[in-house]
Structure formats: C-alpha cells, structure tokens
Design a protein around this ligand. Structure first.
Ligand code: BG6
Ligand code: MG
Length: 221
C-alpha cells in the first residue's frame, strides 16, 4: 500500500517507460559493440539505460577496452543513431506500453501537470509517432540539457518549466540512472520494472497496469 503526500506533477522518462524503445537502443549498441569484438550483454545494457548517447559509447568502449579518436567516436555515434532511427521507423500508437494511455488520461482529467524528462535527442519524433505529444506541457529532452542522468538537470528543468516544486513531482523511470537523478532532484521516484534492478527508489511497480487509478489517486491530487 502506498503512503505518501499528494503530488501535483508527473514527469515521465520516455524509453522503457512510455514505449519499449529500450530494446532498439540495445540492438543498435550491440551492433556497434560487435565492431569492437565485444558481445554486449543484457546485464551490460542495464548500465546504458537512461544514459546519454555519448556516455553510452564511452561505457561500451571501456567494457571493450578500446579507445577511439574524436572523429571516429563521432562517426560511431552517428552510425548508432542511424541504425536506431531505422529500427524505430515502424513505431505506432499500438507500441505504447500497457497502462500508459490510461495513466496519461487519468492525470489529464485530474489536472495534474505532465512533463517529459528524457535523455534522448529523438524524443519528439517518438512522441509524435505514439501520438501523445499533446499530453505534455513541457518536454525536456537530450537536446535541452548539459548534464545527463544521473544528474538531476533534466527533471529539475521540467519541474521549473511547470512551476511545481521538486518535492511535489513524481518521476516515472525504468533506469537506475534516472532513479538517482530523480532522488538527487528531491522528487518522488517510481521505478518501473523488477525491484532487483533498482535501489533508492520510493516505489517499484512492474508496469503501469499494476499502478491502477486507485493508486494514482493516492499519489496525486
Ligand atoms: C535514453 C535511453 O532514454 O536516451 C538510452 O534510455 C539512450 O538508452 C538515451 O542512450 C539517448 O538517446 P538518443 O535517442 O539521443 O540516442
Ligand atoms: Mg528509460
């Protein structure tokens, strides 16, 4: 049972929270890692979730024990993004994760402010493909921040844009980097996924189906 104060704002991560694009990031990185003769595992991938594109490549290079000059580094970032954009081409509203649409509708009806806090520079394209852009009063993405998660900048910018104090915000995340970012920002952090993948979260649910309207009502007013 949730015991909490009432919050006035919901900040959503995108990849792995609203839509399962996390699997496409993984596939695209696996292909890059193979070029360094490194087989990227699901466990490695947990370290990449929520982390910016260039920080992800740095992590992969350190796993593969490789170094690259700046120009080659940039060309791999470019290649990864091209592969990723190809993989997400067919994303449609049917790819919204279970319970997401009902959650957004509930929050909108309850007049809770809704924002996006994503590390992705492709966030706008994906929100449009999912046809949910209009739910978001503010969209803070990878183009808008200097510091990636686990730094709290992306969520603090969101709460500021919505004019809501951090302690009145709930953050929904599927990555440990994002949970740390939310807590560092002074927000309530809800992890979506398996509890053993996270630490420091306030609550954990397998998905939005488990976070039904009755529970949302307890979290928000
Ligand atoms: C995050 C993903 O949402 O965005 C990461 O969890 C990804 O896996 C990051 O690296 C940056 O995304 P993009 O689309 O700018 O490469
Ligand atoms: Mg995510």
């Amino acid at each position: 049972m949730i015991k909490t104060k009432k919050h006035h704002c919901a900040l959503f991560d995108l990849d792995g929270v609203l839509v399962d694009t996390a699997k496409y990031h993984f596939l695209a990185w696996k292909k890059i890692a193979a070029e360094f003769d490194y087989e990227l595992t699901e466990a490695d991938n947990e370290q990449l979730k929520g982390v910016s594109r260039s920080d992800s490549l740095k992590i992969i290079l350190s796993l593969a024990k490789k170094t690259l000059d700046e120009v080659t580094f940039e060309s791999f970032l470019h290649q990864k993004n091209n592969d990723y954009l190809n993989l997400i081409q067919e994303v449609t509203p049917s790819d919204l994760l279970v319970g997401v649409k009902r959650t957004l509708d509930f929050l909108k009806k309850s007049k809770i402010k809704i924002g996006l806090g994503s590390a992705s520079k492709n966030a706008l394209i994906i929100l449009d493909k999912l046809q949910i852009t209009s739910y978001f009063e503010t969209i803070v993405d990878g183009n808008a921040v200097q510091n990636g998660k686990p730094h709290p900048e992306v969520f603090l910018k969101g709460s500021k844009a919505l004019n809501v104090a951090p302690e009145d915000c709930v953050v929904f995340e599927d990555s440990q980097a994002g949970i740390i970012a939310a807590k560092a920002g002074g927000m309530t952090a809800i992890a979506l996924g398996r509890p053993e993948s996270f630490s420091k979260m306030d609550y954990c649910f397998p998905d939005f189906e488990a976070l039904d309207n009755e529970k949302l009502q307890i979290l928000f007013n």
